[in-house]
Design a protein around this ligand. Sequence first.
Ligand code: ATP
Ligand code: MG
Length: 205
Amino acid sequence: MKKYGIMGGTFDPIHNGHLVIANEVLSLYDMDKIIFIPTGTPPHKFVKGLTSSFHRYMMTQFATMTNPDFDVSDIEATKSTVSYTIDTVKELTSGNEDDKFYFITGTDAVLDLPTWKNTEEILSHCTFIAVNRPGYIVEGLDKKIKAITDKYGGEIFITMVPQLHISSTDIRNRISTDRPVKYLLPETVEQYILKNGLYKEKKEK
Ligand code: ATP
Ligand code: MG
């Protein structure tokens, strides 16, 4: 039996917060691999202004290049239609019934689970690992998470990982206002952003 961690996200751009949580979960749960899956057209995200899935996929590749236990899947990025997590999870798990799949999210994302398509079915395919995220200290998190599993079944673990107060939104804002992003994300990703002129025009809140 192999253990896989699925790390889904828009990764616009991928940053050290993502990489640290993935590596910590890999080690804590003794996983074989973490699979990073940049979204194509995400159903939950305001799509306007999202960088092309090609660039987001490339940045994810560069960011994970030096870690043999990190893989990147283009399963969502190459789809032109809206990708739902349930479809991705089914595609990854089918034919691999002997393996165990975990879905890693921050505490901000895990509480949205009830709004995802086919929550119950997603939870039947993979165990969730919710990691603490600075800025998203949720009061009564245990209870809120228990309410989700009481209603939809499955398992959600809360896991403490080193806290990095980094978000892609902040990185985009920094780039658009010429503030430094060094040490917030891998140097290769920073170079890729510069070379392709990404985030120069996009100032957001
Ligand atoms: P954005 O600001 O564009 O929403 P983001 O930094 O939240 O970007 P996403 O691609 O939306 O990055 O996140 C993918 C997953 O990583 C989500 O489950 C999110 O909760 C988690 N995550 C992102 N940054 C951190 C962080 N610094 N600590 C813990 N979890 C994080
Ligand atoms: Mg986010």
